[in-house]
Design a binder for this molecule. Structure first.
Ligand code: DQA
Length: 171
């Protein structure tokens, strides 16, 4: 399905245990808290002309409901599903029904870690994946969505221009 980026709001969804960032295994996840990450993500989005809705939940069902609510009308979705990345077909199914670009983010490089982290259900529904770049990954994901929105705007403008040109030729 072609993903349609719309509007100027990016939804950022964080899964279980990410509320503990800052104190949770800092050698792996860094010292930035989720609030620090939200602030940096919103600030980068603001520079690029976007707004961010930033959420965290430890509950799979809440994450699924958030994803269902974001099927359309968003510029894109940034998802760090935490451990549900590796287990949740429900989150994959919800993301597969989403009509806007999805960027999967992980603070750690999941492919350098335990083998049970090497498989991601989220990746099957993701336009792109950023892993191993720490908190910066969220800002890079915002840039990716901004680029996709810019490209889609260009495509929409070209299609409109082509239509106008065709109708002028037909006259
Ligand atoms: C994580 C990686 C997951 O394997 C882990 O369960 C997390 C965080 C990351 O951001 O690196 O909770 O998604």
């Amino acid at each position: 399905m072609t993903k349609k980026t719309t509007g100027r709001t990016i939804l950022v969804l964080n899964g279980p245990n990410l509320n503990l960032l800052g104190t949770r295994e800092p050698a792996i996840y860094g010292r930035a808290t989720l609030t620090d990450i939200a602030t940096a993500t919103k600030s980068r989005a603001g520079e690029l002309g976007f707004q961010v809705e930033f959420r965290q939940s430890n509950s799979e069902s809440e994450l699924v409901s958030s994803i269902q609510g974001a099927r359309t009308g968003f510029a894109g979705l940034i998802v760090n599903a935490g451990a549900y990345t590796h287990t949740s077909i429900a989150i994959l199914d919800a993301l597969s029904a989403v009509d806007v670009p999805v960027i999967e983010v992980h603070l750690s490089n999941i492919y350098r870690r335990e083998s049970f982290r090497h498989h991601s259900f989220v990746s099957r529904a993701a336009t792109g994946v950023i892993a191993g770049l720490g908190a910066k990954g969220y800002e890079l994901a915002v840039e990716a969505i901004a680029n996709l929105a810019l490209a889609a705007g260009g495509r929409r403008r070209n299609t409109a221009a082509a239509k106008t040109a065709r109708s002028k030729t037909a006259r």
